[in-house]
Ligand binder design. Sequence first.
Ligand SMILES: Cc1cc2nc3c(=O)[nH]c(=O)nc-3n(C[C@H](O)[C@H](O)[C@H](O)COP(=O)(O)OP(=O)(O)OC[C@H]3O[C@@H](n4cnc5c(N)ncnc54)[C@H](O)[C@@H]3O)c2cc1C
Length: 454
Amino acid sequence: MTQILEPARAIDVIVETDVLVVGSGPGGLAAALAAARAGVKTVLVERYGCLGGNITQVGVEGFAWYRHEKTVDSEGIGPEFETRARAMGAAMPEPQSLSHALDAEMFKHVADVMAQEAAVQVMLHRLCVAPILEGGALKGVIVESKAGREAILARRVIDATGDADIAFRSGAPTHKSPKEDMMAASVMFSMSGVNKQRFIDHVKADPQTYRDWSGNGEWDIETSGKEDDMFSPFLRKPFKQALDAGILPPNLATIAGTWGAVSDQGDLTYLNLIALPGCDGTDPDDLTAAEIEGRRQAIYAIEALKRFLPGCETAKLRNFGMTLGVRDTRKIEAAYNLTADDVRGEGRFEDSIGIFPEFIDGYGLLILPTTGRYFHVPYRSLLPTGVENLLVAGRSIGGDRTSHAAVRNMMCCAVSGQGAGVAAAVSVKTGRGFAEIDLAAVQAELVRQGARIH
Ligand SMILES: Cc1cc2nc3c(=O)[nH]c(=O)nc-3n(C[C@H](O)[C@H](O)[C@H](O)COP(=O)(O)OP(=O)(O)OC[C@H]3O[C@@H](n4cnc5c(N)ncnc54)[C@H](O)[C@@H]3O)c2cc1C
């Protein structure tokens, strides 16, 4: 490939802070709130125009759809997202669980308010493009925006980009699954103009279960058996009818999936129906192709729903997610990498920064936490190797495939985020690096902030 040499240039330092969080999804937003609430100056940088990551940018609303009567759930900032959203009219009952689905649009405002209350300095529309390193220590990042290139200096950095961008560019070891084994990307969308009563009557008359997921590629799942007869807001029949009627081309037999919530005003939201395998979310050419192909498929899906799903006859597209939904990219090699045994076998760790129920969803495996079993999330799984002053929060923490099918869930991302935020604040205050952190102080602050660590 032809290359050019980019000339070196002086860059303005626009902010200096104690803690810098890059990325504002459930991981980064929780990290920034936790660090600020622990009393240090905190900056939250985000590439798009709103906070919330996949929640607000992709439209992933099912924050705690796994919660059942016996679930022992995480505590702290994660559940606070849900309760705060409810209090601000930004959540609706979720159809299959004891939880509320977040309203992706309204949650943009909820996140603004929560950040303002905690005195987090929010900097939107800035993409972090490079680390500032001195030896093996991270000193800040370079951002790119309409203002050009700018530098932000920080005593501690939290990488909550979902893709471990900062860790990767700092030279910390990361890995990705081969493209063909990655979880599929999805174009998410919502519809308006749905006749709620007719829709719900139909769902009740023909309830779908997790057993109905099997037999269709992307939606083939292995369960522990106890999930099979549980209700699932699953949709395949309308697409099967559309295939038979020639409305869907045969190569779109992949269209199937779940609906999220239906409002009194006729919004049918969080339609997770389009699976786009073979897309590496760190490759912009793959992202481009998947965005375009996903929207094309969604238009077919809407036509099928209008024809064959009662209540949707006069519905229309309300919106696509602001961006493609990416589930699976880089993971760090952490000081401790979580294992399948940890998340399936109630792993217990002295350096726990939070708990998460035995909820596994990904790579063809679905275990719902109907039992009360839960695991500890260890601090060391947030700690990358080979670079100082950096923690990672959210879906790219260290672990194997099965553990990632657990920790990628938004509630668990909020757990790792809150842990990272508190650890960064404690590290700044005590002057001790991340590898020598005062764990007792971290755990005490987490408990003070309402997290459950054991
Ligand atoms: C289609 C789909 C459906 C899903 N369904 C569910 C579900 O029902 N329930 C569930 O719990 N989970 C679900 N997930 C998984 C969940 O949404 C993610 O794993 C989770 O949001 C990851 O959180 P995060 O904070 O690590 O990253 P993200 O939510 O991806 O947030 C990362 C943030 O960082 C920003 N960013 C990235 N790079 C940079 C950069 N270089 N500079 C500045 N900003 C940057 C992004 O814009 C974004 O705001 C789903 C995922 C997808 C894609």
